[in-house]
Write a protein of this length. Structure first.
Length: 241
């Protein structure tokens, strides 16, 4: 059970940030656009696109937004304008941070990310400086309300899940990276809906921050990174308990 990313805390935080919903819609529409341009607009034949769409649905993005992103991708002439980049570094008191970006201008994105790390007591490192502290996993989260835990667990294990975690009313299912799509599709066919459906980077261990000022800096570092239009995901090993 070790190594999961404390979904219930993350979910509660997300629920308190409705003001960022529009920005999330924009980021996920960009992800859908890029996936469709690279692999075609049919999610049944494009695993990357299917993952992007499921992630969008988990964030309650309207179907109209998804359809617009797909149509835009089919009609766009510039297929290679965006690239996926990872930045790695440390926050206050040695918290490991990984930042996934989707950008059309790395000369803009890199300085912006570096500035946030510098401003809030962290430092940007080289590729590989912290990624060894994380495991790349498929992550599926189901709201457990009205569901039988044992039945969900059995379905998840039958689908090929690697781990099953029940916490604070949510069921978190972890898979080996390469098995993610198969497990997700099996559970979709069973009628499950996901709060999260994505490939994630799960910390192997967590770091506590002892100083109140550093806690505030870490919160601002994460918020500022997530507020950047080019940043898709921020992964970290901060133990917020």
């Amino acid at each position: 059970m070790s190594g999961h990313n404390k979904w219930s805390k993350i979910k509660n935080k997300k629920g308190a940030e409705d003001a960022k919903k529009g920005k999330m819609f924009t980021k996920l529409a960009r992800m859908i656009f890029v996936a469709a341009r690279e692999g075609g607009a049919d999610p049944e034949y494009n695993a990357q696109l299917k993952t992007a769409i499921e992630k969008a649905k988990a964030e309650n993005i309207p179907n109209d937004n998804i359809e617009r992103a797909l149509k835009k991708a089919q009609g766009a002439e510039d297929a290679g304008s965006y690239e996926e980049l990872f930045y790695e570094g440390y926050g206050p008191e040695g918290v490991a941070v990984m930042v996934l970006c989707l950008t059309d201008n790395r000369n803009r994105t890199a300085p912006d990310v570096r500035h946030v790390f510098d401003k809030f007591g962290g430092n940007l490192g080289q590729n590989g400086s912290v990624s060894f502290m994380f495991d790349k996993k498929g992550q599926l989260v189901i709201n457990g309300e009205g569901l039988d835990e044992e039945s969900v667990m059995n379905d998840a294990l039958e689908a090929g899940a690697e781990d099953f975690i029940s916490e604070d009313g949510f069921f978190e299912i972890l898979t080996v990276d390469k098995d993610f799509a198969e497990v997700r599709d099996y559970l979709l066919d069973k009628g499950y809906k996901f709060e999260k459906a994505d490939i994630s980077y799960i910390p192997q261990n967590y770091v506590k921050i002892s100083d109140e000022k550093n806690i505030e800096k870490m919160e601002k570092l994460i918020d500022s990174l997530e507020d950047n239009d080019d940043v898709q995901e921020v992964y970290h090993n901060w133990d917020e308990e």
